[in-house]
Design a protein around this ligand. Structure first.
Ligand code: FAD
Length: 494
């Protein structure tokens, strides 16, 4: 059992209470972004104690950042799956909404619980809140224990030679790889002792999925939330994807990545499960896949040390960046009507399915912050609302990386050319044809640059450029020079 006592945050007073505990009192296990029963240290610990368990999920009304629309859809279905899972184990997930400390105190009073267990979250805003919740519980004589479940390595343990957090990914990951392996995943608890039924909200009453209009059809077609689906997706990837991951991972038309991100974001599967499954999957080289899990770690560790990651550039000079305000360009961008096929295909895929391939995330983000000069925070917020895997660390980290203002970021002056990116990573235009059917009749050599197609080719493809599909809203060459000039202005104003 990975109790991780040594790592317990000294600021959490509950962990030193030592109050006498009633061995028959129920234990509350508070589920957060760990909606699973396998490799769930808090749940396993509760099961091992042999006391009745009250599994709880709180719709936190004081969450530092409310979930976006696509993530609310996912949460609904993920909770449904967890309810089913726990019911199958003879238990029952209790759903309550409100301020977390109020809900926990109230449930503890109603049930006689003297202990609350949870797996840690590492977003500083949330850890700050968890400290306050702990104090409130401790002052009522309730013990709190927390466990490591959502990361491979605890952010407090990965430091450079000077004892500081790493600012660059490669040495960070090299250091992680020298640490002892993460603990092996815990099995599903064999038995959960049930507690007498407690009042619970009905999930439907939370109205998490969109209603009027219900735009979730494409997302529902693309995804199955829940722990079982996460396991099945991992198994499929290990069988078909891992062997060619390094060669194919950058090609959005090839469906070559794991697509585990929303499952990881909601904790339906743990990074330790993915790590060990990949490492023991056979003779496939796994470094490049594990390295991506490493990026996830790096983003979370960065967020732990920089809680304002979603709003503040990590490189201070970017505070003075001369961003533009261009509402028409923003509308064209979010609606997938910029006139650049690879950008538009990505933005349409994101809207339809709630997910975007990593290469596309980089291309569209670069287009927004460099070709359109629109602040990266606006793009981050759009992704937050539309991604099913919206994650406070990886989303903010990804945007800051592309915008050049993150700790370990692509330099701002390296500007993606959306046409060349499209031609390199979707050479036959398969991805474009899937998401922009009006371009489907164009031959490969102009599908990424339809404005260069002759009148004859356009006519043959049945495409009226400017009517069926827009002409580019900016000319990339000129936009690039404008971005570089803005960057110079920022540097000179520092
Ligand atoms: P795989 O390639 O199969 O990788 C396995 C896992 O590693 C992923 O599921 C993910 O958890 C992690 N991972 C992979 N690449 C990265 C990366 N670059 N950074 C951090 N973790 C990574 N990822 C999110 O999970 N949520 C987000 O909100 C998010 N927003 C992003 C925004 C931008 C602008 C950019 C450039 C990247 C963002 N990413 C985000 C990272 C990455 O694009 C996705 O994790 C990846 O595309 C998910 O696909 P996959 O599960 O098939 O990944």
């Amino acid at each position: 059992m990975e109790r991780d006592l040594a790592l317990r945050d000294k600021t959490l007073p509950a962990q030193t209470t030592g109050l006498p505990l009633d061995p028959n009192a129920p234990i509350i296990v508070w589920f957060r972004r760990d909606l699973r029963v396998v490799d769930n240290p808090a749940l396993s610990e509760a099961a091992q104690r042999g006391q009745p368990i009250i599994p709880l999920y709180i719709l936190e009304e004081d969450a530092p950042r409310p979930l976006g629309g696509a993530a609310r859809w996912w949460l609904h279905h993920s909770l449904k799956a967890l309810c089913r899972e726990l019911t199958g184990m003879g238990s029952k997930l209790i759903l309550r909404r409100g301020r977390a400390s109020d809900v926990l105190l109230c449930l503890a009073r109603e049930s006689g619980a003297r202990t609350v267990l949870w797996n840690r979250r590492y977003d500083r805003m949330e850890t700050g809140k968890d400290c306050k919740i702990t104090s409130a519980l401790v002052s009522e004589g309730i013990q709190v224990e927390s466990f490591t479940g959502s990361l491979l390595f605890d952010p407090r343990t990965v430091r450079n030679r000077n004892g500081q957090p790493f600012r660059i990914f490669t040495p960070f990951w090299r250091c992680c790889l020298t640490l002892p392996d993460p603990p092996r995943p815990l099995p599903r608890p064999r038995e959960l002792m049930t507690h007498a039924d407690m009042a619970s909200d009905a999930l439907a009453d939370w109205r998490l999925p969109p209603e009027k209009p219900d735009w979730s059809g494409g997302i529902a077609t693309a995804w199955t939330p829940g722990e079982d689906a996460a396991g099945a997706r991992l198994a499929d990837f290990l069988e078909d994807g891992l062997c060619c991951y390094a060669q194919r991972r950058d090609h959005p038309d090839q469906d070559a990545t794991s697509r585990l991100s929303p499952h990881l974001a909601f904790g339906e599967i743990s990074p330790r499960q993915v790590w060990y499954a990949a490492r023991t999957a056979g003779c496939h080289p796994t470094e490049s896949f594990l390295r991506e899990l490493g990026w996830r770690e790096f983003c979370h560790h960065t967020l732990y040390h920089a809680p304002d990651l979603a709003s503040q550039p990590q490189r201070g000079e970017f505070q003075n960046f001369p961003w533009a305000t261009d509402e028409a360009a923003w509308q064209a961008f979010t609606h997938g009507r910029t006139g650049y096929p690879i950008v538009d295909a990505g933005m349409r895929a994101l809207w339809e399915t709630g997910w975007l391939h990593n290469r596309l995330r980089m291309i569209v983000a670069s287009f927004l912050v460099k070709d359109l000069l629109i602040p990266w925070q606006r793009g981050e917020a759009w992704f937050w609302d539309t991604l099913v895997d919206a994650d406070p660390a990886s989303n903010a980290g990804g945007w800051q990386w592309v915008a050049g203002c993150g700790l370990d970021a692509a330099p701002y002056f390296r500007i993606f050319n959306p046409v060349l990116q499209g031609e390199k990573f979707d050479p036959h235009g398969r991805y474009i044809r899937r998401w922009i059917p009006e371009l489907g009749g164009l031959p490969d050599n102009v599908i990424h640059r339809p404005w260069e197609a002759s009148a004859e080719v356009l006519a043959k493809a049945g495409l009226r450029l400017g009517k069926d599909y827009p002409t580019p809203i900016v000319e990339h060459g000129a936009a690039r020079l404008r971005a570089l000039a803005a960057y110079e202005r920022m540097k000179n104003s520092a």
